[in-house]
Design a protein around this ligand. Structure first.
Ligand code: TF8
Length: 335
């Protein structure tokens, strides 16, 4: 008798739960675009996110992972999100600076010096504040993923000292902080979308580029680049964003599913990226790249050259945010 009651109760609860589900989750197709190849840390994390969302909505919300910049470059996809023609994307925060100037904070060279600092700063109040600036512009930022510490590759010469940067025609992201930084270091900096980068390297339209090891590997830059210099000159985040127009049509339950899956995908992506990065350098050497580490004294000389860039980032993100960032970093480093 008691078992029967319990079963009936459980059944009622189940019916109630699925009734809630049926109302809360509409059948939806979500186009989730990204710029790297399918077999990359970015692609793996988008597919992880897709599975989580499908599981949590009983298959009602289907995420179409569309990589290779097939939906356009980062900046093109951002416009599609704002207009409501595309639902989701992940891309570099650096390409958002034209829309949300405070994103420039993440482009500050040598600001973040460890993954511990990165996670604490991005997931803390400073990261939240910067993320929130997207909403009035028509996008909702969910979470930061790791692109990683950027390093330099080129086809001209090993970069062993600052002067070796002279005259290297270097592709940079479409972003003024990157442009100014590499000009200050003596390179001939050329802004290009990532989707055009491989061809530009292959045809020698540019001599070099800078990206984390993971991307040098997944995008096969080792096929068209000889020298890799370990500079760790900046930590780049990726950010997962949603079209605000579309987001506002979702039920609170649907929004919660996306938020929860995004948090899980963040943890998955950072772990996966770090595991890959730890092995990537050996892979790149094995594939024939000549690797050298920039000596600390030369790194110091580069930092000196970049002090004007720091001042201009501080001015464009606002002194308050800049000071809060420095305070947070001091706190994180002490903890
Ligand atoms: C770059 C970035 C790229 C990202 C990616 C396409 O160099 O580091 O890896 O924007 O989402 O453009």
């Amino acid at each position: 008798m008691r078992i029967k009651f319990a079963l009936a109760g459980a059944l009622a609860a189940l019916i109630a739960a699925s009734a809630v589900q049926a109302q809360d989750f509409k059948p939806r197709i979500v186009r989730f675009g990204y710029g790297l190849v399918d077999d990359s840390n970015q692609g793996r994390a988008v597919r992880f996110f897709a599975k989580e969302v499908e599981k949590a909505t009983g298959g009602k919300m289907k995420i179409r992972a569309i990589g290779n910049a097939s939906l356009g470059s980062d900046t093109q996809m951002q416009q599609a999100l704002i207009g409501g023609a595309q639902e989701m994307m992940v891309g570099s925060t650096a390409t958002l600076v034209g829309i949300a100037p405070q994103m420039a904070l993440w482009d500050t060279p040598f600001l973040i010096t460890s993954v511990k600092e990165a996670d604490a700063l991005l997931d803390g109040p400073v990261g939240e504040k910067v993320k929130a600036t997207l909403e009035p512009k028509g996008m909702v930022g969910l979470v930061y993923w790791e692109n990683g510490f950027r390093n330099l590759t080129n086809n001209k010469q090993p970069v062993a000292r600052l002067e070796d940067m002279n005259g290297i025609k270097l592709r940079v992201m479409q972003n003024n902080v990157f442009l100014d930084s590499f000009k200050a270091l003596g390179a001939n900096a050329v802004p290009l979308p990532f989707s055009e980068l491989f061809t530009a390297l292959e045809t020698k339209a540019v001599d070099g580029q800078e990206n984390p090891y993971n991307t040098v590997l997944s995008s096969k830059f080792y096929e068209v680049q000889k020298y890799l210099t370990i500079t760790n000159h900046v930590y780049s985040p990726w950010i997962v964003t949603v079209s605000k127009k579309w987001w506002d049509q979702l039920s609170p339950a649907e929004q919660k599913v996306l938020n929860d899956a995004a948090t899980k995908s963040r943890d998955f992506e950072r772990r996966d990226t770090r595991e890959e990065a730890a092995k990537a350098l050996a892979d790149l050497k094995q594939k024939g790249m000549a690797v050298n580490e920039l000596p600390p004294a030369e790194v110091a000389r580069m930092r000196d050259k970049l002090s004007a860039v720091h001042a201009s980032v501080a001015a464009s993100v606002g002194q308050d945010l800049w000071s809060q960032t420095q305070d947070e970093l001091t706190r994180i480093r002490a903890g």
